[in-house]
Design a protein around this ligand. Sequence first.
Ligand code: ZN
Length: 444
Amino acid sequence: MVRKTAPLGKNRDTPPAPRRHRYRPHIRQAAAQRLVAGYWSQHEINLRGSSVLGCGRWRVFGEDPHQAQIEVDNDGARLRGHFTCGCNWTCECCAATSVARNRGWLRGALFPALAQHGKSGSLVTLTLSHRYDDDWADVVATLKSAYARMDRRLHKVYKKAGSAGKFKAFEVTVGANGLHPHLHILITHDADTDTAALAQTMEAAWRQALTEVGGHCTQHGFDFQAHRLDDYAAKMGAAHELAAQSTKSGRRKGFTLSQLLDAASHGDLCAGAEWQRAIAALKATNRFHAGSLAQRLGIPTPSEWEEQPAEAAPPAQAELPLEQDDATGADTDQAAEPAPPAIISYPLVDHLKATHPALGRPGLAMILRAARRGGTTAVLRMVDALCRDSERKQYEALLAAPPIDSQIITIAAQRPLNKDEIAEYLRYKRQALRGQPPHAAAVA
Ligand SMILES: [Zn+2]
């Protein structure tokens, strides 16, 4: 479906997010950084995807390691030469890239190849019943193992239907019944295959496999929609884009991980804890999986698709991204050669301090917004303000900390320390390193 009123980007059904939501992914990323750091200090275990902590903060190898860099052009402000974590579950910024890339691949590579081979695709959704008190990791594992069973068993059925393979998207929401994982599967088949029979066979196999691994589902556990290629691509990541609407319908259907991050960034501790619990339960779950589709159809894989040069894309697609520009004044720039982006640099140490999760602020979003609105001056002023805030918070934390038992050094010389004593010992050492008398806190 093509809407006429709103400008659409490459491979999308929905208009780009309003400009005021431009840096929302960075705000969610900051919330995720705080939550993975918090999880580590509480459990001393890294959640999978914890490298989101460095996303947009550290520098990549080969770039000047001492300077943070931002480039600004008509299209907005973005980092240059900084590490991207690529975490599909924890990092909102990297997940958005991944959703866009996979959807681009579906529309640009897979669908044309299917049409060429006289094939179509149907949308299958699989899920199961669960309760809030269940172990969320078990719920995920049950869904995955039931799917693996069903998939093995249906091998011949798929072959008979002329299937070239499947594309899977794993999605989760968190609602009143806890973590709700579901698999959206695009199953390819001959255009003239008997989809009703295929649906019936698959449903029976799904219910049987689920029962065998100790799970169960209601009538909502299986859904089959024949010949729905475009719907699938639109649906994929729809949760991602519509996540701004965390209203009643969101509550009824359960929150997406993005919505939990929104709530967590507004101070909702319960949402933050649920997000951590969901991430811990997901472990190494693939968010998107194309299997052997690319190989069998002789097309690039989704990760190779990213590398496609722009001129290789059909002209209609190559022209579309221009429409993403601001509705106001963008038209004048379209014909002209785009101006090279302006580069803003400042010390990396300041960048790390200004974007530190302990600061409790979406530092990166604030810096990027300043860059877009006020250029270098605004960025330097913003970074300076964030750094001063960071120093003040560190100092306050130091004053608020309980007095250090200076006996700890004497005890350490006499016997091995236990876990709590080691923490105390390190605190003593750290304060001594800063050149503050260890009893400073006691004095304050
Ligand atoms: Zn990332």
